[in-house]
Design a protein around this ligand. Structure first.
Ligand SMILES: Nc1ncnc2c1ncn2[C@@H]1O[C@H](COP(=O)(O)OP(=O)(O)OP(=O)(O)O)[C@@H](O)[C@H]1O
Length: 657
């Protein structure tokens, strides 16, 4: 038995695992694989280069294959578990989380109501009761609703509610009733179908009748189901008939809902239980860039390719790809899609990508998506609105989110909204950098080191960024503009010095702007180094060629912006040079995480200026094309003064270089 099999991976995948020379699962893999195989939603936070991609690709390839093969036992839908009476995870709002027993639920969102109904309703005659214990303080409402009613009970004429603030509600009319309730209070919900009455109790004290109800609620078609509604609160329900007795048993003539005669119970049923069709995809994996789409696709493909009968069909969906070809693949059938959110949402909205069978949604580098509030974050929201909570064959949706920098409010909020009791697989805490990455700072002080005056831009082969075109440069003075220009030249000199001093034969070099990247690429070439460049203005083909050239060793240096800093996995790269620091620590963690991967050592060198440096920050319409407005942005221009010393003080733990 291989080490991976001990964590639940099937022997069929061993061949692929050994083709990658993986002998033992990494720490994150040994926690994430069993969790995902066991059906959990997972938030995977582990250091850069720790094998997070394999941690989700392996179990997903396995589950998708088993489902297609029809050997995996799909969990029974609640309609099949006809004797178990519980809250119905197929009949709930998306952020009401229901645990495995179906008797505990929770909504952690502060400003939204999320509700659920039970999987049975009662009809005909008789007196029925169920009990609710408040487990987490917040707002909640409990009561009864028909299947046609809103899950926001009390807001229509199909549901009746009693809320924690001491109000009863029906048809959006809220009236004082009983007393308020809070954590540990036990509420009784009574429905008397013989006398058409609804009322509630609190800790055994019965309140008067709340509603005289219409006789239509006696009929099987429009009968009432127990229903609960939470906002930042949690509760436990007891329908009777289970192992726990009622805390406050109802009177002798009243029975728990679960004890109703079968002739009085209406089970919720899916209109039509449909079998899994074999053409619509089971999994989407979202990646932020085209490069990561390709990288993850290759990973999943490595595993999928060894699984036969049926073969797992994977496809990529990113900008620059041949859409006609992709549409043909989707039509003929596809199991796993790896793509960028914009493309995926586009196809869903135009009806070309069916979501009915989607069981897995994986969001890699989720914090980057959520930070892009008007772009990717919105697309992800749109995607989730289009996804069913359960697939066509009744399988619950599983959501997996990963990043080395997962700890932030937006991610927690996302988990509360879209994940169900997510398991945190958090190996090192906040913003973790592998112990195999050493990071150092090289101070750049153009007042102390005057060699830039001698060298100048042109003589070293570095192009002018023209940010100081309107300024008077007086070499030898400590004038702010002069010092800033000196910093730029000096950084160029230091890059070459570092490359030579450390005999770097492969390094990733990060610059702040696309223009800086282009100039650095040219500069390295002029100094007889092979270099390629990767940033958002390069075409898909150019980016692919650059990456391939760097991976296969044709190019020694890869110059890029932060846009492509994340996730890139190029083996055998020992060095990173930060020509300028990024704005935030998270991005720094991802940049330096390009080295020190898979337990190899890495060194990151950050050139940090001792003085402020003037840089382009284009606010203009052209986004910099032909822009010559070198005024500060506070004066309507397109430049900023960037203070690396201050930035670094805020977040970088460094050693001296
Ligand atoms: N079990 C394993 N044994 C040996 N190497 C592994 C194992 N799992 C993954 N790797 C290798 O480790 C490297 C990093 O893996 P991966 O790209 O999944 O890291 P990551 O955690 O996603 O990093 P990042 O946060 O930068 O995206 C890859 O080259 C991968 O092939």
């Amino acid at each position: 038995m291989t080490a991976f099999e001990e964590f639940g991976i099937i022997p069929e995948l061993s061949e692929a695992i050994s083709s990658l020379n993986w002998t033992l699962p990494t720490a994150v893999q040994s926690e994430a694989i069993p969790a995902i195989l066991g059906g959990a939603d997972a938030l995977i936070a582990a250091e850069t280069g720790s094998g997070k991609t394999g941690a989700f690709c392996l179990p997903i390839a396995q589950i998708v294959w088993e489902r297609r093969r029809g050997t995996s036992e799909a969990p029974p839908t609640q309609s099949e578990q006809s004797t178990v009476i519980q809250l119905n995870s197929e009949d709930r709002d998306r952020s009401l989380q229901i645990d495995k027993t179906g008797l505990n639920c929770e909504c952690r969102l502060g400003k939204e109501w999320h509700g659920a109904r039970a999987n049975v309703g009662v009809y005909g005659s008789g007196k029925y009761y169920y009990e609710v214990t408040i487990t987490r303080d917040g707002l909640c409402r409990i009561g009864w609703a028909t299947l046609a009613g809103s899950l926001k009970i009390g807001t229509d004429f199909e549901s009746f509610g009693y809320g924690g603030t001491g109000k009863k509600s029906f048809g959006k009319k809220f009236d004082d009733y009983g007393t308020s309730f809070t954590t540990n209070d036990v509420l009784g919900c009574f429905l008397d179908l013989d006398n058409l009455k609804i009322w509630w109790s609190k800790n055994g004290e019965h309140f008067p009748m709340a509603y005289q109800i219409d006789k239509k609620f006696k009929s099987k078609e429009t009968c009432l189901f127990p229903a609960v509604l939470c906002q930042n609160s949690g509760l436990a329900v007891n329908f009777g008939g289970g192992s726990a007795p009622f805390k406050y048993p109802p009177g002798a003539d009243t029975v728990g809902v679960a004890a109703a005669a079968p002739g009085n119970l209406k089970f919720w049923s899916r209109e039509e239980k449909q079998s899994v069709d074999s053409t619509t995809p089971l999994c989407v994996i979202l990646e932020p860039t085209r490069e990561l789409v390709q990288q993850t696709f290759q990973n999943i493909q490595t595993f999928a390719s060894v699984l036969q009968e049926p073969k797992i069909r994977c496809v990529t969906l990113a900008a620059g790809e041949n859409m006609n070809q992709i549409l043909r693949i989707l039509e003929s059938g596809c199991d796993i899609i790896v793509g960028t959110p914009s493309r995926i949402v586009d196809l869903i909205q135009t009806g070309k990508l069916a979501t009915v069978s989607l069981q897995f949604v994986v969001i890699d580098e989720i914090d980057q998506f959520l930070a892009d509030k008007n772009g990717a974050a919105r697309q992800i929201d749109t995607l989730f609105r289009a996804l069913p909570l359960v697939t066509r064959d009744g399988t619950r949706r599983q959501v997996i989110a990963c990043s080395a920098t997962l700890h932030n409010f937006e991610v927690s909020r996302f988990a509360d909204r879209h994940m169900s009791f997510p398991q945190w697989i958090d190996l090192k805490g906040q913003d973790c950098v592998s112990a195999d990455v050493h990071h150092v700072v090289c101070h750049v002080d153009s007042i102390e080191d005057k060699q830039w005056i001698r060298e100048k831009y042109q003589s070293i082969g570095l192009e002018d960024d023209h940010v100081h075109d309107q300024d008077q440069i007086r070499p030898g003075t400590t004038d702010k503009d002069t010092v800033s220009l000196g910093t730029k030249v000096l950084k160029g000199i230091y890059v070459i010095k570092a490359i030579r001093a450390l005999n770097m034969d492969k390094a990733i070099i990060f610059c702040r702007t696309k223009q800086q990247c282009d100039q650095m690429e040219h500069y390295l070439r002029r100094n007889n180094f092979t270099a390629a460049c990767l940033h958002g203005d390069r075409s898909a083909d150019e980016r692919q060629n650059s990456l391939d050239g760097f991976k296969n060793g044709q190019m020694r240096f890869l110059v890029c912006t932060d846009v492509v800093a994340r996730g890139l996995d190029v083996q055998g790269v020992p060095f990173v040079i930060n020509v300028t620091l990024p704005d935030d620590k998270t991005q720094y963690v991802h940049r330096i995480g390009r080295v020190g991967r898979a337990e190899r050592m890495g060194l990151s060198i950050s050139l940090v200026s001792a003085h402020e440096e003037k840089m382009w920050f284009h606010k203009c319409r052209s986004r910099g094309v032909g822009c010559t407005n070198t005024k500060d942005i506070s004066k309507g221009g397109c430049t900023i003064w960037f203070d690396e010393k201050k930035v670094r003080k805020n977040w970088v733990k460094t050693e001296q270089f």
